[in-house]
Ligand binder design. Structure first.
Ligand code: GDP
Ligand code: FE
Ligand code: FE
Ligand code: FE
Length: 197
C-alpha cells in the first residue's frame, strides 16, 4: 500500500490503521478501508494528493462509535455548534473526528480536516479532496443500495455531478423515512442544485 511522507501526520499509516481499527467494529473498519481504496483511486483520477486522500479516508469515521457523552464533551471543549447534538451521532461524528484528528494524529492540513468534517453533509463550497471523501464514502465497494451503481458511474465521469447525485439521494431517503434534516444539509443541497444554472 502507501508509505506516508509524514508531511500530514505524526504517525505512520500502519499506526493510523491500528488506532482506527481499535475504535470500531470489523464491519465499519472494512468500510473505512473501502473508502480509502476508492478515495485514492478518485485522487489519482482527478489529480489530488493520494496521501491526503488516504489519511482523510482512514480518519473519516474515527468517532462514529464514540458514546454521545464523549461526543458532547469534544463538541463543548472545541466550541463547535451545539445544535449538532440535537441530530445525534450521524451528524456529530464528522466534526468530532476532525477534533480527534488534530489531537491524536497531529493533523494540521485544513483540507484534510475539512474533508473529515464535511463527509456526511457536504458543504456549500467544497475542495477537490472534500468532494473525493464525500463521494468515496457513498460509493465504496461495500455499499449496496438502489442507485449505488449509478453513483459509481457518475463518479467516474464527473465528480461535481456525483456530489449532487449523492446530496439528492440522501435527502430523498431522509425525507422518505421522515428523518429531521440538519440545516447545513439543506444549505449544501441548495447551493449544489443551482450550480451552473
Ligand atoms: P457513514 O458514517 O459511513 O455511515 O456515512 P455518513 O457519515 O455519510 O452518514 C451517516 C448517516 O447520516 C447516514 O445514514 C445519512 O443518511 C445520515 N444523514 C446525513 N445527513 C443527515 C441529516 O441532515 N439529518 C439526519 N437525520 N441524518 C443525516
Ligand atoms: Fe460517516
Ligand atoms: Fe457520506
Ligand atoms: Fe463512512
Amino acid at each position: 500500500m502507501m508509505t506516508y511522507t509524514n508531511q500530514y501526520t505524526t504517525v505512520t499509516r500502519e499506526a493510523l490503521l491500528a488506532h482506527v481499527q481499535s475504535k470500531m467494529s470489523t464491519k465499519r473498519f472494512k468500510h473505512v478501508l473501502g473508502v480509502e481504496k476508492t478515495a485514492i483511486a478518485l485522487a489519482e483520477k482527478y489529480g489530488s494528493s493520494e496521501e491526503a486522500a488516504s489519511i482523510a479516508a482512514l480518519i473519516h469515521d474515527y468517532a462514529k462509535e464514540l458514546p454521545m457523552s464523549e461526543m458532547k464533551s469534544v463538541i463543548e471543549t472545541a466550541g463547535l455548534n451545539p445544535e449538532m447534538l440535537n441530530f445525534g451521532s450521524e451528524i456529530c461524528h464528522g466534526p468530532v473526528a476532525t477534533e480527534l484528528a488534530k489531537k491524536d494524529f497531529g493533523i494540521t492540513s485544513e483540507d484534510i480536516l475539512n474533508a473529515i468534517r464535511y463527509h456526511t453533509v457536504g458543504a456549500v463550497q467544497m475542495s477537490l479532496l472534500e468532494k473525493i471523501i464525500f463521494v468515496a464514502d457513498f460509493i465504496e465497494p461495500g455499499r449496496s443500495f438502489p442507485g449505488v451503481d449509478t453513483a459509481r458511474a457518475i463518479a467516474n465521469q464527473d465528480l461535481d455531478e456525483a456530489v449532487l447525485f449523492e446530496m439528492k439521494h440522501t435527502l430523498t431517503y431522509l425525507i422518505s423515512i421522515e428523518a429531521r434534516i440538519y440545516p447545513e444539509t439543506i444549505l449544501a443541497y441548495n447551493a449544489w442544485v443551482t450550480k451552473g444554472k
